[in-house]
Ligand binder design. Structure first.
Ligand SMILES: Cc1cc2nc3c(=O)[nH]c(=O)nc-3n(C[C@H](O)[C@H](O)[C@H](O)COP(=O)(O)OP(=O)(O)OC[C@H]3O[C@@H](n4cnc5c(N)ncnc54)[C@H](O)[C@@H]3O)c2cc1C
Length: 324
């Protein structure tokens, strides 16, 4: 596969990358997806028992029906759907292939992976999302194995002292699910209240659990240190040391800006550090290098999701075909 040539190289096998590869196939162009992890790596790392907020119908792409037992699919059903899409369209994907650099050649781009493989394509589509890059706490002890930036399921936390950091949707979901299964939960929230946009069917539940004291919460507070058996928290009432077995840092994620800058994508000096791209073609500042999926929102990580990015692949392929 050294220096193999393709019409399009797609970086990232998330929902958006798969959508672009399907559109390339429908347009009669060859594509190769380079994926640093597994197929739909972000979805694979979602909480085991999560259900999507979208209906299956709204997530469908490539004319392939998305079958689920209720109107909203589970993670397991979504993993199966993307597997079937790859199989049906016979998409070419290299796994464990993290792209680290691209360099301009006369008629396209040379793409290099971390393990030193090289690929060539006339067009590149970057769909690298943000879920692989958690917002770090940057405090002593963050590297201890008991600190998690991804939540899988409640079972390991039964009967344990856990701290959930954050006050948005994921933190509230995790606090409720682990408390329901018997964890002793303390939330550490930097802001004075929970995020006002927490899902309307979750917010009153978590607020009531906090009000009755079932889940403890420290607002306007910050976790400042993690050690093997405790955590240290700065609160408006002073510094506390709490017995602790696990820290679940639900502090969100952000695009990997060093990767984007390494490959030459310019970032706007705006509120959300949005990458530079054309609104109608999704072409970036680099000719023939396109951006698609949630990466387009920069730090505005709730702006784009699967539902509202499904048309981007078609628009990108229209632009690519217009240059053939
Ligand atoms: C709990 C949860 C529930 C959600 N529910 C819904 C919902 O109901 N409806 C909806 O529309 N959206 C939902 N979303 C949002 C949705 O999951 C994302 O919008 C979607 O995953 C974004 O797709 P993407 O392809 O842009 O990025 P991602 O899915 O993040 O894919 C990016 C891919 O790029 C790979 N990658 C990154 N860097 C590199 C590199 N350098 N080289 C190679 N590969 C790389 C990653 O491993 C990953 O596989 C939900 C999100 C969460 C967290």
């Amino acid at each position: 596969m050294e220096n193999s040539r393709h019409d399009i190289i797609i970086i990232g096998a998330g929902p958006s990358g798969i959508n672009c590869a399907i559109e390339a196939s429908l347009a009669g162009l060859s594509s190769l997806i380079l994926e640093k992890g597994v197929l739909v790596n972000s979805l694979y790392h979602f909480p085991t028992n999560m259900t999507f907020f979208s209906t299956s119908k709204k997530l469908e792409i490539g004319g392939i029906p998305f079958i689920s037992h209720t109107d909203k699919p589970t993670r397991k059903e979504a993993l199966e759907y993307y597997r079937r899409l790859v199989e049906s369209y016979e998409l070419s994907i290299r796994y464990n292939a993290e792209v680290v650099a691209i360099s301009k050649q006369e008629d396209g781009y040379n793409v290099q992976t971390k393990s030193g493989e090289h690929y060539f394509a006339r067009h590149i589509i970057v769909n690298t999302g943000f879920y692989g890059n958690p917002n770090k706490l940057n405090i002593p002890g963050e590297d201890l194995p008991k600190v998690k930036h991804y939540y899988d399921e409640a079972h390991p936390y039964i009967g344990r002292n856990i701290v959930v950091v954050g006050g948005a949707n994921s933190a509230c979901d995790v606090a409720l699910e682990t408390w329901q299964k018997g964890a002793n939960v303390t939330m550490i929230v930097r802001q004075p209240t929970l995020y006002h946009k927490v899902k309307y069917w979750i917010l009153p539940n978590i607020q009531n659990r906090i009000a009755e004291g079932s889940i403890k919460a420290h607002f306007s507070s910050e976790l400042v240190e993690v050690s093997e058996a405790s955590v240290t928290v700065n609160t408006p009432d002073g510094t506390l040391k709490l017995d602790n077995d696990y820290v679940l840092a639900m502090t969100g994620y952000k695009p990997d800006y060093s990767f984007l800058e390494n490959i030459g994508i310019e970032i706007q000096d705006d509120e959300y550090s949005t990458p530079v791209y054309d609104d109608s073609t999704f072409e970036s500042n680099l000719p023939n290098v396109y951006l698609s999926g949630v990466i387009l929102g920069g730090l505005h990580t709730s702006k784009y999701f699967i539902e509202n990015t499904r048309d981007q692949g078609k628009a990108i392929l229209t632009s690519i075909l217009s240059k053939q």
